[in-house]
Design a protein around this ligand. Structure first.
Ligand SMILES: O=C(O)C1=C[C@@H](OP(=O)(O)O)[C@@H](O)[C@H](O)C1
Ligand SMILES: C=C(OP(=O)(O)O)C(=O)O
Length: 411
């Protein structure tokens, strides 16, 4: 058995940074994720005038319930959709003029359902380039609150941003959701809001967020479950046993459910109160699986799919087309380059069994494409990557971590 500690959760770190900035008091985040996305988020807070003190293993944030200290700020959110979508909502609750921009990749990704909802709430918001995309300018003067409708079927992050904003408004928010993906991420948001002192009520499709603000916390960040999917997939593929500590029965992140997919394929899974263990059994069966709830792990499954004994069909993952790249297309292109038979549709991919040829993987500047095909590379020696550095978005140490794992397992 190999025990493999993975870095902190990106999603939990991003939410904790928002909540800490908005809370009354000083919050300490224990073991936050150190990566481009979360460092970009923290830098965004600093730009907005929040006091973020970083020391090894702990970040201390002094909350400002009244909103950003800066009257003017330029925030560059890099490739991080969490920062690009959550920070404008935080800024809207304050007073000042705030400009948000991002990398070319993030500029292409949608924000309109969120930004239009903010406009409906009276926020003065202008697109500087393409409508519905960054860069954008927010002239903030507090948010009164009220009732809105939201289509979150391209991204649950629109809903998370508004839920997080709710307690900072004068009257609270009623958000009626007309479409949704990635529901487990909304559950993370609600659970963390509860930890910071806010209970959101549910009335059918409507989330009712009370006004009143957040209370500062001492908050430990759990390990990243999407990152753990690489470890679990590697164990299943290499016929080894891997335990990831810190992700047990009470974990907040839905992506831990990726182990259920591996179990259906033939791996052995054991979940305790504070760890999850996957053992590869030498068998990997084909399957059909809907991954709407856990779509960040779609590339993990797609990359190892050729090693299954039958077709692997992944359904209901349309929104993976609007992530760091069009992930359905990127997976299909790389698998085809490896000589694997693949079919795709609007929201699905089907991968047939085969022996992948070693090729240079086109990462499309997407950390998950790089890490997923690195795992599959355990069984395809000679695989190389056109942009190995793109893993820095969520796991800068991935290559060293993975090289260690290969040495330990001698694969
Ligand atoms: O809220 C979050 O932290 C996230 C939500 C998901 O996005 P979508 O809701 O856009 O699917 C996920 O893919 C992303 O990596 C992180
Ligand atoms: C989609 C992702 O990131 P984000 O949407 O937070 O940029 C991801 O990490 O796979």
């Amino acid at each position: 058995m190999t025990v493999l500690a993975v870095p902190g959760s990106k999603s939990v770190t991003a939410r904790a940074l928002f909540l800490a900035a908005a809370a009354d008091g000083v919050t300490v985040l224990r073991d936050p994720l150190l990566s481009d996305d979360t460092e970009g988020f923290a830098e965004g807070l600093t730009r907005l005038g929040y006091d973020v003190e970083r020391s090894p293993g702990a970040w201390r944030i002094t909350g400002r319930p009244a909103g950003p200290a800066a009257g003017h700020a330029e925030v560059f959110t890099r490739d991080a959709a969490t920062a690009a979508r959550f920070l404008p909502a935080l800024a809207a609750a304050g007073h000042g003029t705030f400009r948000f921009d991002a990398s070319a990749q993030m500029r292409r990704r949608p924000v309109a359902p969120l930004t239009e909802a903010l406009r409906t709430l009276g926020v003065d918001l202008a697109y500087e380039g393409e409508e519905g995309h960054l860069p954008l300018r927010v002239v903030a003067d507090g948010v009164k609150g009220g009732a809105i409708e939201l289509d979150a079927s391209l991204s649950s992050q629109f809903l998370t941003a508004l839920l997080l904003l709710g307690p900072l408004t004068k009257e609270g928010l009623r958000i009626r959701v007309t479409g949704i993906v990635s529901v487990p991420y909304v559950e993370i948001t609600l659970a963390m809001m509860r930890r910071f002192g806010v209970e959101v009520a549910r009335e059918g499709d409507t989330f009712v967020v009370p006004p009143g603000g957040y209370r500062a916390q001492d908050y430990p960040i759990e390990p990243d479950a999407s990152t753990a999917s690489y470890v679990f997939a590697a164990a299943a593929l290499a016929g080894r046993t891997a335990t990831v500590p810190g992700l047990g029965r009470d974990a907040l992140q839905g992506d831990l459910r990726f182990v259920d997919v591996l179990e259906r394929m033939g791996a052995r899974v054991e979940t305790t109160a504070d760890a999850t263990t996957v053992t590869g059994t030498g068998r990997l069966s084909g399957l059909t699986v809907a991954m709407r709830d856990i779509s960040d792990t779609m590339p993990t499954l797609a990359a190892i799919a050729p090693f299954a004994d039958g077709p692997v069909r992944i359904e209901d993952v349309y929104n993976t087309r609007v992530k760091e790249c069009d992930r359905l297309e990127a997976c299909a292109l790389n698998l085809r380059a490896q000589g694997i038979e693949v079919a795709t549709g609007r929201d699905w991919i089907e991968i047939h069994p085969g022996t992948p040829k070693p090729v240079e993987i086109a990462c499309h500047r997407d950390h998950r494409i790089a890490m997923s095909f690195a795992v599959a590379g355990l069984r395809t020696p000679g695989t190389t990557f056109d942009d190995p550095g793109c893993v820095k978005k969520t796991f800068p140490g991935f290559h060293a971590f993975f090289a260690d794992l290969r040495r330990t397992w001698e694969v």
